[in-house]
Design a protein around this ligand. Structure first.
Ligand code: ADP
Ligand code: MG
Length: 246
């Protein structure tokens, strides 16, 4: 498998506090990866660096077939280059139907004017139906998004990101506030999504991470503490110390 993203020797400080400390990380094309670690470990900052929201003080972030540096690119250029990110804040238009939200997300990939002057083709409608199926909302296509459950809104957001067909998808704590059944469905969506793109999932819930059934990176104090299967990393003494206290 070829490397899609390579982060090496990245550090960033906020007011003298090293939130990310000489961090190195690689992910291959169509790889699913879980990133875990205690609160304050630097997980969100790590995603901020990849997406260009935060610029590191040192290190390299190299992406794609042409090995471009993401550090020189703006957030919007990085998104255009195929890096999608799911934020915690909702980006769903609550007054619009599930169908319309997905359709708008699909059109957004063709530039802002396409959203204004769109002509709905059968192909687009089929694509929206496919997306709804991927996120388990086929039965809710014509419901107002504001009426969806918390979990369903999160899935819709994932669907809106998938509509833009990112090559690397980053999701930060997607299962927060979900019921156990919703969590299960979310792991299914992410595993399926990772068949056609790389997906990085930050998540606290170990049961969720176990269901993802993928390689795990443990972050602690801004560095990688351990990496490997969940069974492998949870046997690591330093990981046990960090999670269970000293
Ligand atoms: N913009 C910022 N300014 C100052 N400190 C920050 C900023 N962003 C994050 N931090 C600090 O960096 C550390 C890592 O935060 P974060 O990446 O949010 O951790 P995690 O997502 O793993 O919980 C924390 O101690 C946090 O307080
Ligand atoms: Mg966080």
């Amino acid at each position: 498998m070829s490397t899609l993203l390579e982060v090496s020797g990245v550090s960033v400080s906020f007011d003298g506090f090293k939130a990310i400390n000489n961090l190195s990380f690689q992910i291959a094309d169509r790889e699913l990866r879980a990133v875990i670690g205690p609160n304050g470990a630097g997980k969100t900052t790590f995603m901020d660096i990849i997406t260009g929201k935060t610029k590191p003080d040192e290190g390299r972030v190299i992406y794609g077939d042409k090995s471009v540096s993401l550090l020189k690119m703006s957030e919007s250029k990085i998104a255009q280059a195929g890096v999608g990110r799911k934020f915690q804040r909702p980006t769903v238009f609550e007054d619009q139907s599930v169908f319309d939200n997905l359709m708008m997300a699909l059109k957004k990939t063709r530039g802002p004017l396409a959203v204004l002057f769109f002509k709905q083709t059968q192909e687009d409608s089929d694509k929206v139906a496919d997306l709804a199926e991927q996120i388990g909302l086929s039965g809710a296509l014509h419901r107002k998004s504001g009426e969806l459950s918390h979990g369903q809104k999160q899935w819709l957001e994932i669907g809106m990101l998938l509509a833009q067909d990112p090559r690397l998808l980053l999701v930060d704590e997607p299962a927060a506030g979900m019921t156990p059944a919703e969590r299960e469905h979310t792991t299914d969506i992410l595993r399926e999504a990772a068949k056609t793109r790389a997906v990085v999932v930050v998540e606290h819930d170990m049961e969720f991470v176990r269901r993802l059934n993928c390689k795990v990176t443990v972050l602690h104090e801004g560095s990688v503490l351990a990496e490997g299967s969940l069974d492998h990393v949870t046997k690591n003494e330093q990981v046990i110390e960090v999670y269970l206290g000293r």
